[in-house]
Design a protein around this ligand. Structure first.
Ligand code: PEP
Length: 252
């Protein structure tokens, strides 16, 4: 069984007034052996302060995207080395909001993941189908295509996380059923074993999509669910920590 990872995605939320939430989460993070890992991916503007708050605690801090290039004339973008320098350990790449809102293709996502790994960050590569694709019975084909494209050229499975986030479940309050999650996560695991051999067993596969304290006890124990990527419920320390507590109870 892989060590679980409970990751929050604050998206474009959070001002300095919200730093006490990060402090509360950092204080609750336990570094005990076997305990789940806890991560908050905050807006770039809060990264520096979040890293200072988390310093010395078991809370890790991550970014929400990075550019394919390490530096250059890309106004408004942020690079993987910049995130790493601030103290980030992870970066989300290929979130559906970036794929749809910023035209980030599988090829771009693969480039971001490679640059992230080179900079010493762990990329969390997001994949997931739309409702139309699911209704048309194309879910596994879509997932296979996204995995092939988004992992292109990645040599190491050691520093890699995959997040399965059905688009119709993100921020909607609709959650995939345990059977749907088990099927897709099992498929992703087989793909990873085919792609990376035995090392594919150790790649963590997170579920994301309206995960909350109420449904976490049903979702986190599903085979091949190695944690969660949590949007809305990560904004409140009490909710995020309740999901973490569920993961902790499963780890003992
Ligand atoms: C996400 O954006 O990654 C996400 C899973 O959001 P939510 O938990 O709000 O559905």
């Amino acid at each position: 069984m892989n060590r679980k990872l409970i990751a929050g995605n604050w998206k474009m939320n959070g001002l300095r007034a919200d730093l006490p939430t990060i402090r509360e989460v950092a204080v609750a993070a336990t570094g005990q052996p076997g305990a789940p890992e806890l991560l908050l991916c905050v807006p770039a503007t809060l990264l520096s302060e979040a890293c200072s708050i988390a310093s010395g605690s078991a809370l890790a801090v991550g970014g929400q995207t990075c550019h394919v290039s390490e530096k250059g004339a890309f106004t408004g973008d942020i690079s993987a080395p910049m995130l790493r320098e601030l103290g980030a350990t992870h970066v989300i790449v290929g979130h559906s909001e970036r794929r749809t809102g910023h035209g980030e293709s599988d090829e771009i996502v693969a480039g971001q993941a490679r640059t992230a790994q080179k900079a010493g960050l762990i990329p969390i590569i997001c994949i997931g189908e739309t409702l139309e694709e699911r209704s048309a019975g194309r879910t596994l084909n879509i997932i296979k295509g996204q995995l092939s494209g988004s992992l292109a050229g990645l040599e190491s499975a050691a520093n890699l996380v995959i997040a399965y986030e059905p688009l119709w479940a993100i921020g909607t309050g609709k959650v995939a059923t345990p059977a749907q999650i088990e099927e897709v996560h099992g498929f992703i695991r087989s793909f990873l074993k085919g792609r990376f051999g035995d090392a594919g067993k150790g790649v963590r596969i997170l579920y994301g999509g309206s995960l909350n304290p109420g449904n976490a006890p049903e979702i986190l124990p599903i085979p091949n669910v190695d944690g969660g990527l949590i949007g809305g419920a990560s904004l409140k320390a009490a909710d995020f920590l309740a999901i973490y507590a569920t993961a902790r109870a499963l780890s003992v």
